[in-house]
Design a protein around this ligand. Structure first.
Ligand code: WTA
Length: 571
């Protein structure tokens, strides 16, 4: 196909006049600026990479600034475009076609991004998995998605239960193979041999692009399915909310195993052709400040947990670094404490802009933007093209200052299009035309939204979503544990920590060692961030007559709150 590149006209979507924009803006108007408007076909990888690689002024610009303790690498748009072509050719050789699921289970590295775009270029659906996942978490996701190919490292390979994954035909290994058998595909070798030319698979806006697994309060993790159309909103929010300009050095601290690390760690910055800092390895306050200083980061997207950690290390630490290039900071994932905003003004001389959205929403919806006044403690206002409200359980809108379900009028561009293999779960999100988020909030008279909490049992620990059911299921696999109920317990730095209540099987005695062993069992079997920090042994776990664990009751007991209606409690 002969592609005519029509660059998006930057500056057309200026949010200085937010109120007018809210009235006049329509997503359809925005589509005219993208290439697909002229061809009808699209590919995120083209818009985010190849378009810049074809532009003589952009081709040699640094796309990826990778930094890890033991490795530093710069990759230009031209190089990343060619390298991802190579990877797409590898996938093609192994018979991967449009719509197939190809998963990545590896730490952030240049190879990750090359492979990721290769997957999109062939029209396959990418499934990034957080590197901390252990066997159970990996099994659940690969089984449910029926992934045909997995890209991983020699270190993580042992957590991939290959015998339980009949659909997984090939494993591509990034790094030195311990086992020289031809059971695995060597990334490096195949990349060396592959052609760097590839005819991109042009897809429809509604074709699948990404599968992000996330947790709810019941059942296994759910595959949230996103399509190429999401790019419209990634682009728009990249301009309105991230405030990206041509020469920005942008850093999003999230891992691509979580939605922030794809929507805003990959798509938004690269749709704008901006240099993107990717940091591998573990984080410490000094490493973070060094990263900001060394690369001259101008726009920084991070999370409240991280910011609270920085606060606890004090303002003096900041003064050791020259952070003068920084001009815009944003936060997502949990409530952003007003005190952190106040601290940010002292420490960085900048406001920290809270943003609200979810895996299911694919992109930011309620935000603080540079052009608006920040009310510390509020998530801000909906972006143009998005209608947000507070509704009751029947989907009727509630007046200002009344708490209820935070809901969004269905139909924004980056909205999930399905829950993989689970249509009824997908349906259950929508009431009366509203997408109901599971968060409770209220809206003030001026249209600012204020987060109040989760309405379900989902735990948010250090900004990471954990489903209590997954943890409970793992706990009861331990021979000592008879029953388990898991809750989130408020914690000043982490937002919440995971607390488990368990009953022991008759032949087991409670001891420090046993509880630690159980904790380790979850940590090594499921994932580190899902391991309960506190375990309490009880004689029984409260359940409804139909056998559901009453986590609300456990939580009320834990927090010394009134227990409310317990009429369904089992005798
Ligand atoms: C919570 C992350 C308060 C919320 C992008 C939501 C927030 C869940 C905020 C989604 C915020 C996200 N203030 N709470 N600004 N942003 N949350 O799917 O409970 O990992 O439902 O997506 O995080 O988490 P998820």
């Amino acid at each position: 196909m002969d592609m005519q590149v029509i660059p998006v006209k930057k500056g057309d979507f200026n949010l200085k006049d937010y109120d007018r924009m809210r009235e006049t803006f329509s997503w359809d108007d925005m589509k005219q600026y993208f290439t697909w408007n002229h061809t009808g076909k699209v590919n995120m990888a083209y818009e985010a990479l190849d378009r810049h690689a074809e532009d003589p002024n952009k081709k040699d610009k640094i796309a990826l600034l990778y930094s890890a303790p033991d490795r530093e690498e710069k990759v230009t748009f031209g190089e990343l475009s060619k390298e991802s072509n190579k990877f797409a050719n590898i996938l093609k050789n192994y018979g991967i076609v449009k719509g197939d699921r190809v998963f990545l289970f590896m730490p952030r590295s240049p190879e990750f991004y090359k492979a990721f775009f290769g997957i999109l270029k062939i029209g396959a659906v990418a499934g990034p998995l957080f590197e901390a996942f252990m066997e159970q978490a990996v099994r659940d996701r690969l089984q449910d998605s029926e992934a045909r190919v997995l890209i991983t490292t020699p270190e993580l390979l042992e957590r991939v239960p290959q015998e339980d994954l009949p659909d997984l035909e090939n494993i591509i290994i990034v790094g030195d193979l311990k086992d020289e058998s031809d059971k695995y595909i060597d990334f490096k070798k195949e990349m060396e041999a592959a052609s760097d030319e590839f005819e991109i698979e042009w897809v429809d806006l509604e074709d699948g692009m990404l599968l992000h697994y996330t947790s709810g309060s019941t059942g296994k993790p759910k595959g949230v399915y996103h399509v190429h159309n999401a790019m419209i909103q990634h682009y728009a929010t990249g301009e309105w909310v991230l405030d990206l300009k041509e020469d920005d050095i942008y850093w999003c601290t999230a891992d691509p195993g979580w939605v922030t690390g794809t929507s805003y760690g990959i798509f938004a910055p690269w749709l704008h052709g901006v240099t993107n800092v990717i940091r591998g390895g573990r984080f410490t306050p000094d490493d973070w400040y060094q990263t900001l200083e060394k690369y001259g980061v101008t726009v920084w997207y991070t999370a409240p947990t991280a910011l609270r950690m920085l606060v606890s290390h004090g303002e003096d630490k900041v003064k050791n670094y020259d952070l003068s290039s920084l001009r815009h900071i944003m936060s997502v994932g949990e409530p952003l404490n007003p005190e952190v905003i106040t601290w940010g003004i002292k420490a960085f001389n900048l406001r920290i802009h809270d943003t609200w959205w979810m895996t299911e929403t694919g992109a930011q919806l309620i935000v603080n933007i540079p052009a608006l006044e920040v009310r510390p403690g509020s998530m801000g206002k909906p972006i143009p093209g998005v209608e947000a409200s507070i509704v009751d359980n029947e989907g009727n809108e509630l007046p200002p200052n009344q708490m209820g379900n935070l809901a969004i009028k269905a139909g924004w561009p980056s909205m999930m299009r399905a829950i993989w293999n689970n249509p009824s779960k997908y349906e259950s999100y929508f009431i009366n035309g509203w997408y109901v988020s599971g968060d409770s909030a209220y809206r003030d008279e001026d249209g600012y939204f204020w987060f109040q909490g989760r309405l379900d049992d989902v735990i948010n620990t250090s900004g990471e979503r954990v489903g209590p059911f997954e943890v409970e299921s793992k706990l009861i696999e331990h021979p000592a544990v008879a029953e388990a109920g898991v809750i989130g317990k408020p914690h000043p730095e982490r937002g919440e920590i995971i607390k488990a209540f368990i009953t022991l099987n008759a032949e087991y005695e409670e001891s420090e060692e046993l509880l630690e062993e159980i904790r380790q069992f979850v940590k090594t079997g499921l994932s580190a961030h899902a391991a309960p920090r506190e375990i309490e042994v009880r004689d029984s776990i409260p359940k409804t007559r139909s056998g559901k664990i009453m986590r609300r009751l456990l939580k009320s007991w834990e927090l010394g709150l009134p227990t409310g209606d317990t009429s369904t409690l089992e005798e």
